[in-house]
Write a protein that binds this ligand. Structure first.
Ligand SMILES: NC(=O)c1ccc[n+]([C@@H]2O[C@H](COP(=O)([O-])OP(=O)(O)OC[C@H]3O[C@@H](n4cnc5c(N)ncnc54)[C@H](OP(=O)(O)O)[C@@H]3O)[C@@H](O)[C@H]2O)c1
Length: 321
């Protein structure tokens, strides 16, 4: 079957090891099923994998991709929850110490078919296209948990989203604005700041800009490039929720600011199956359409990877199968 997979790892030039080519069909273990993938979306996680972050060389070749929507062996339309638990774990799957994401230990979703535990399937409502459904399991789920579970953001509060144009950034803006939160966003270009406004942000700023006032919470995925600005932008007792560090994970910690202003730094990763079900219901009932920057056939996946690596994003990059 056709798949996009990592054949080599290269920290400096991640696309060096990317191959779009033939891989063996999945052979589902007991309790697992093979899903016919109809649409799959790209995540920055796929670039990290090609760089060797979270993917050791001994697991190669590895089919990339976390986010699939397709049909199960009975013909039901399904969305795949990408957090693969250890089996014996009960409760919040994101806290299972042995959890992995699809494409870390088990072959991923950027393929014609993917094997996943049956319990990781949730029904895809007919109102949702396969392309929009494929945006939800990683970036949108992460944004949902950052805002509503970990950040406990409330209607009427003001938040800052650092880095508006990516998968998580566009999801954060859309979900928060829809929930009655005042949303400010930063982005590197005028065009992307206009996108933030179109998605519902109340104002958009250049990275590092002085804000009109301090905010209740900051949503961080950019890391080193924006961390100091994030802490400076918070009011006393404010909260920064962080789920990624695209530009580096060792900025100055600004510890004095953290304790003196009694700031909270809250980590967040992916989301549970229950949260994904709630997100899907929210998207359908509110008729939300996740922003998609481009849709390409899987055979042309390299162009999507190139766009993400170059930072040319305005929402999710989706591949149809
Ligand atoms: N912990 C988790 O479970 C989890 C889940 C999903 C994602 N993540 C992490 O969150 C991050 C974003 O993921 P994504 O899939 O949304 O990525 P993406 O679609 O490639 O988006 C990249 C984002 O980074 C921002 N950015 C700001 N400064 C940047 C710079 N100097 N270079 C590159 N990007 C810059 C971009 O903002 P502008 O271009 O608008 O300025 C854009 O919003 C990644 O690090 C990813 O690994 C973590």
């Amino acid at each position: 079957m056709l798949a996009a997979y990592a054949a080599e790892l290269n920290a400096e030039d991640p696309l060096q090891g990317l191959v779009i080519g033939e891989r063996p069909e999945p052979e589902p273990a007991d309790g697992w099923v093979s899903v016919d993938v109809r649409a799959v979306s790209l995540n920055h996680h796929d670039l990290w994998s090609l760089r060797g972050v979270g993917l050791p060389a001994e697991r190669l070749p590895m089919i990339l991709g976390c986010d699939a929507a397709g049909t199960d062996p009975d013909g039901n339309e399904v969305i795949v929850h990408a957090v693969i638990g250890s089996g014996s774990w009960t409760g919040d799957e994101t806290l299972d110490p042995k959890r992995t994401l699809l494409s870390e230990r088990h072959q991923g979703a950027l393929a014609q078919r993917v094997a996943v535990p049956r319990r990781n399937l949730i029904p895809k409502p007919p109102e949702l296209s396969f392309e929009h459904a494929a945006c939800l399991p990683t970036a949108w789920l992460t944004a949902y948990r950052m805002l509503f579970t970990r950040g406990d953001v409330k209607p009427g509060q003001t938040i800052l989203v650092q880095g508006a144009s990516g998968g998580v950034g566009t999801a954060l803006i859309t979900l928060a604005a829809g929930a009655g939160v005042r949303v400010w966003a930063t982005s590197r270009t005028e065009e992307k700041r206009a996108l933030a406004l179109a998605l519902g942000a109340d104002a958009a700023f250049e990275p590092g800009a002085r804000l009109p006032e301090r905010v209740d919470a900051v949503m961080e995925t950019t890391g080193a490039a924006t961390w100091s600005h994030s802490l400076k932008s918070l009011k006393q007792g404010g909260v920064v929720v962080i789920s990624g560090a695209t530009t580096g994970d060792a900025p100055p910690a600004d510890l004095r600011r953290v304790f003196f202003l009694q700031l909270s730094v809250i980590g967040s990763t992916m989301g549970t199956r229950d949260e994904l079900e709630r997100l899907v219901r929210l998207v359908v009932t509110r008729r939300i359409e996740p922003a998609i920057s481009q849709t390409l056939p899987l055979a042309d996946a390299r162009a999507g990877f190139e766009a993400m690596l170059a930072g040319e994003t305005s929402g999710k990059i989706v591949f149809t199968v």
